[in-house]
Design a protein around this ligand. Structure first.
Ligand code: NAD
Length: 478
């Protein structure tokens, strides 16, 4: 029997970094030490191992589920499939989920899962076995359920894995009406929601667009206001990176660089994100893309090329003291969780840059997961009941206005005004509203106190205050 412990554990400092950020921000709040300690602690850490059959042998898989905070139920957070995953990382990511949900006013506690495998090394059948067995282990310990703990996709997992989880949970809980609310990020055909797949990337793009729309802040950075023409490098062309790049380009930004683990490509005139994506799909690499002007065999070099905004969308610890001084961007938008080390962040701010923090920037995923969970509990798609009614009301209004004014609308104008909102439009509108409001909430906290030196600290202060109120409302804290 083999175990998959061959890959050495990463440094275990991620949870400590999150706690240090918390402690620093907590100084700007007035809560007592005990309450702060309760908010910061990981409430439940479930570490388990299970065997799967590989050919004639068995392999033992390491896995985790961490529920950081139950100040709101259920807890919520993705499952990471990575051979680098470890307990410290899952705890850190679970804690970030708690603060993230508070920042975007999503009524969940934070959680995270990890399965220590490289999915590329396993067959489809083996991945399904691993995912289903992982789910069974969660069910056995009451670590999953629509009102308990609701997983979602993360690095290395997606809709396919979420549908295996949903099916396993529903099979083992026959007759449970809300069973499909046990996991989000499901395919639409399996009670997922329109817009969830691209939600995190769309949220990243909206967050960046909002940040660069504020003239006062852009003047300080020496950048013109607005997203149009901003040059951007994106690291990671997975779910978050691909959609971030796609929507940023749609908003008018120029994607000048893309970095994947096999290397990086750069073109100051812009790269066609979709064409690069298709090139990588066809050849297995972003290198040799005909539209690039420069290529780097070492992916990390791609981060150091000229641009206005850097979007790390791969993994944690990508921007450290080793490379921060070489980074030319003025803004880092942390699409991944924990991509910037605390020391690098300090240097970046000292050099006049700003970092839009992960627990806000990538919160679009959990925001739309919340909408999916609501859809699963209500058993009806958004817009289904009122769409036709809205259209009829709008049509009556248009007919009346045309009758009174004598002005006839063109068929295009008429259909734009009359049309009721689809599920996708409602989801995107809720997401956009959430990202814009949350950015201004963080910025106001940042501006209100000159001692608060980073947007991350401001985001933590806001999150801590909201979670403290939840504990007080629960009556468990005076
Ligand atoms: P993914 O598995 O879909 O994509 C990650 C991509 O990064 C892959 O293409 C991988 O090849 C690439 N990559 C890995 N190491 C790299 C390196 N050193 N340099 C360049 N590229 C590298 O994962 P994802 O879902 O896009 O998640 C990415 C990050 O975003 C993670 O930190 C995750 O926690 C965070 N996140 C994801 C979601 C979500 O909804 N999926 C939500 C919030 C946060």
């Amino acid at each position: 029997m083999a175990t998959n412990n061959s890959v050495a554990d990463q440094d275990t400092h991620f949870f400590g970094d999150v706690c240090n950020n918390f402690d620093y921000a907590a100084k700007f709040t007035k809560h007592d030490a005990g309450l702060l300690d309760q908010i910061k602690s990981c409430n439940s850490v479930y570490r388990f191992r299970f065997p799967i059959r590989r050919g004639n042998d068995f392999e033992v898989i390491d896995a985790w589920r961490v529920e950081h905070s139950q100040h709101q139920s259920p807890t919520k957070g993705g499952i990471r499939y990575s051979e680098m995953v470890n307990e410290d990382e899952v705890m850190a990511l679970a804690a970030l989920m708690t603060y993230k949900c508070a920042i975007v006013n999503v009524p969940f506690g934070g959680a995270k899962g990890g399965i220590k495998i490289n999915p590329k090394n396993y067959s489809l059948q083996e991945l399904e076995n691993i995912t289903r067995r992982y789910t069974v282990e969660l069910i056995r310990k009451n670590f999953i359920g629509p009102s308990i703990d609701v997983p979602a996709p993360d690095y290395g997992s997606g809709e396919r894995e979420m549908s295996w989880i949903a099916d396993t949970y529903a099979t083992m809980n026959p007759g449970q009406l809300d069973a499909m609310g046990c996991v989000t990020g499901k395919p639409i055909a399996l009670q997922g929601i329109a817009g969830r797949r691209e939600a995190t990337g769309r949220g990243v793009a909206i967050a960046i667009r909002e940040c660069v729309s504020i003239a006062e802040d852009m003047n300080k950075l020496g950048l013109p206001t607005g997203i149009s023409g901003k040059t951007i490098i994106v690291q990671g062309l997975g779910n978050v990176g691909y959609y971030s790049a796609k929507f940023l380009a749609e908003f008018g930004a120029i994607i000048v660089g893309l970095c994947e683990y096999e290397g990086a490509i750069y073109n100051p005139d812009g790269l066609d994100v979709e064409a690069v994506f298709q090139h990588r799909k066809a050849t297995g690499s972003i290198l040799d893309y005909p539209g690039s002007k420069q290529e780097f065999k070492h992916s990390a070099e791609g981060l150091e090329q000229p641009c206005d905004i850097l979007v790390p969308a791969a993994l944690e610890n990508q921007i450290t003291v080793a490379n921060i001084r070489n980074i030319k961007a003025k803004i880092i938008a942390e699409a991944a969780n924990g991509p910037t080390s605390p020391e690098a962040e300090t240097i970046f701010y000292q050099n006049g840059g700003i970092i839009i923090p992960d627990m806000y920037v990538n919160a679009g995923g959990v925001t739309v997961s919340y909408f999916e969970w609501l859809k699963n509990l209500s058993h009806v798609a958004f817009g289904r009941i009122n769409r036709r009614f809205e259209e009829n009301t709008n049509l009556n209004l248009v007919n009346m206005v045309e009758g009174i004014t004598g002005v006839a609308l063109t068929p295009m104008q008429r259909s734009t005004i009359v049309r009721g909102a689809s599920e996708l439009e409602l989801v995107n509108s809720g997401l956009e509203d959430t990202m814009i409001r949350s950015y201004h909430e963080i910025r106001e906290t940042f501006k209100a106190n000159p001692s608060i030196d980073t947007l991350r600290t401001a985001a933590f202060v806001g999150a801590i205050n909201k979670i403290a109120v939840s504990y007080q409302n629960l009556g468990v804290w005076p």
